[in-house]
Ligand binder design. Sequence first.
Ligand SMILES: [Fe+2]
Length: 194
Amino acid sequence: MNRDQAYTLMTQMLQNKNLQKHNLAVEAIMRALAKELKKKHPELSGEEFNEEEWGIVGLLHDADYEITGKDLTKHTLVTEERIKSLGASEKVINGIKAHSDTIKSKRENYLEKAVFACDELSGLITAAALVRPDKKLAGLTTDSVLKRFKEKAFAAGAKREQILLCETELEIPFPEFVKISLEAMQGIAPKLGL
Ligand SMILES: [Fe+2]
């Protein structure tokens, strides 16, 4: 399964444009994290940080959100069935499942840990852009996102403790994690409509 097939499937499964954009945001962050972690871990095989695979995990992580609705015990399993027939690897399938700790509570590699932490951060960054007068990502800075993070009532649904796992599970300091993610989203701002 390549990126084009994953994109086509995601847009077929999701009607809501904001959900499509959320998956695109997580794709961009996942690709940036793969690049970054590959640099930090020359001792590991480059295959561990295959950017295309990391991107596809981000792109499809919430693809069945409209189909499974509020039933978190099924979320990602519909996607799993669909992508198996497209020849998706176990690594990609497990990565998608790992963003939901209801489905897969044990995160076993960097890819699985990355999608779990950045999923929530992407929501916080989107919310931080939307409260700006211009509603754009362009003027948003790492510091302003860090400030929003500390406001508990701001984007309260974005689970802070899950985002902070970047430090223990990815060994990326939190401000750096925000910077990488923000820049990744800014890089595709027109696609995100932000
Ligand atoms: Fe998500």
